[in-house]
Design a protein around this ligand. Sequence first.
Ligand code: GYE
Length: 305
Amino acid sequence: VIAVAQGLPKLAKKSTYKVGFAQTESNNPWRLAQTKSMQDEARRLGYQLVYTDAGGSAAKQVSDVDSMIAQRVDAIFLAPREEKPLAAAVKKARAAGIPVILLDRTVDAKLAKAGTDYVTFIGSDFIQEGRRVGEWLKKTTKGKATIIQLLGTTGSSPANDRRKGFEDAIRGQSGMKIVASQDGDFSRDKGRQVMETLLQAHPDVNVVYAHNDEMAIGAIAALEAAGKKPGKDVMVLSIDGGREAVKLVADGKINYIVECNPKFGPKAFETLKNYAAGKQIPAKIINPDREFTRENASRLLSSAF
Ligand code: GYE
């Protein structure tokens, strides 16, 4: 699909820009790597980056976008924490004549559209990520698994889609059962707490699928505290592929990770420049994701974020 920049605010061709980057939170390695990549690329290009950190609050992120509009930035990169609340912020920026590029998460497609309300979405295909985890599990366990699913932040596009892709992949497998799915807010500590509680209710579980590394690492702590061997008694599956987690794959405590790479900087700013040059921009720009297994983890470790 090609989003023709019709009706979208124009971006003048200039030698430098003042651009906003509205980040969701900064409490995990993925977010820190993404922010660094954006800051490094802005510095390299000599652009001014107006950076805000919503600290895990969608309401704060909405007001961060408001303040970028008030400061008249040339364009806004937005990593929308949740799908619905941030759709309104996208529309406000558009109405103020400021083009928005969505980074890493998207907004509800019924509320705001690429090519009309925002320029494009740059990120991973989260449904595909979840599906790959489900397919790998189906193959590896020959269709037999008792699963706990640790969900990402409620209302965020990666949580919705990683769930959908995974559940679609294992649907119809009578030997595969998800006994509990609970929100761990993409956080290590929440993941550990939720896993502790769920393990008590479901001591027979032998797989945990976490929507990101941080929750997987939290789940590993809970498993070890309960006297279980992560990676052996209970398989651990995750998404992201940060260095700490890939190391755990090499050590045998995580069994499988689908990558979700946070280094958006170069692609984000290149898209901005293409937009200013009047080039056609696809409605979605999908990053390729690798995968980490016992076989390749040591070799790929140094290339993980
Ligand atoms: O997987 C997670 C982060 O939106 C794709 O958010 C991103 C996710 C990522 O907190 O670790």
